[in-house]
Design a protein around this ligand. Structure first.
Ligand code: SF4
Ligand code: SF4
Length: 131
């Protein structure tokens, strides 16, 4: 399956940025609450900002800077970030296979939140970007 990448709840408070390093288009963003801005880095931890977007206050208010967000308008569905050896907690899914709590959609083997409905994060990933 090769669809848009969606980061789900397992990323919360992990945020090791392994996905940022493999993304070829820098479309995985962190939230800076001081600037109310979402930013992506050229390389994780480099401090070199590649892209920025304004955050939607209501949507970003739910989880804030506790996880990372894929900008689905910029994601090329390259599949790199949801290869099984990238995210240490299995938080990233291709959009069309984000688990919905039914057995029809398998969970990543390392996802600690198995059996949860993760589909909330599909819309959230779109809503947090105000522009
Ligand atoms: S699928 Fe590719 S382009 Fe999309 S967020 Fe993941 S690494 Fe980036
Ligand atoms: S690799 Fe996984 S845990 Fe790490 S920042 Fe990306 S989504 Fe979050």
């Amino acid at each position: 399956m090769s669809g848009l990448a969606i980061i789900t709840e397992a990323c919360i408070d992990v945020k090791d940025r392994a996905c940022v390093d493999v993304c070829p288009v820098q479309c995985i963003y962190e939230f800076d609450p001081n600037k109310n801005m979402l930013f992506s880095e050229a390389e994780a931890g480099s401090g070199v900002t590649e892209n920025t977007h304004t955050a939607n206050a209501d949507a970003i208010g739910i989880f804030g800077d506790s996880l990372l967000y894929v900008n689905t308008d910029e994601c090329t569905s390259c599949t790199a970030c949801y290869e099984p050896d990238v995210c240490p907690v299995g938080a990233i899914y291709s959009e069309e296979v984000v688990p919905d709590g039914t057995s029809a959609k398998p969970y990543n083997s390392t996802d600690p939140n198995k059996n949860h409905d993760h589909t909330f994060f599909i819309q959230l990933s779109r809503d947090v970007f105000a522009d």
